[in-house]
Design a protein around this ligand. Sequence first.
Ligand SMILES: [Zn+2]
Length: 210
Amino acid sequence: MDFSAGFPNSPGGRSLNAIDRLTALFSRLPGLGKKSAGRLVYHILDTDPSYAHALGEELLAFHHAIRRCSRCGSYTAEDPCPICADPQREPLICVVERAQDVRVIEESREFRGRFHVLGGLIAPLEGVSPEKLTIGELLARVRRESIREVILAMNPTVEGDTTALYIQKVLKDSGAEITRLASGLPVGGDLEYADRLTLSRSFRGRIRMS
Ligand SMILES: [Zn+2]
């Protein structure tokens, strides 16, 4: 067996570069520092090569396999997404900041309407103006799909409040009722049972804005 791999001044120096490169790539993922990225890299080295192969193949095809739904902006394998294509969905739109929020709400099973992903929140200091978000598309959808109620589900932060007030103004004459979740979305996509309960309470106790 060749134990030279991994030593910088050995003929295996090239292998070390590959380890460094993969560690650097992994450490760019949220929540992974250099140490945990390194652990993952060595785990992959210790695992059957078929795993690395499968991982590589999935990553290569990933951005081709998943795209944004042209109607709601959530991530999907088909366009329109299964939610937009479902005729049983009620004429309500839940407006969320990020695509992963759709999954959180879907998993709570509290809401049987449609979604709209804004792609961020209004933040003038960071250069995010309303035009950079999908608010114009939202107004068009509310009219085209005869939406009865628009539920604003962004978090109650300064940016969330600013965005909610702006959308309320834009949709004022759209004919839809504007409501807001009582306590916003729980942070993070991984919902525990308690968070699910909070989310379901937020939906039931939503506040009328218009
Ligand atoms: Zn969709």
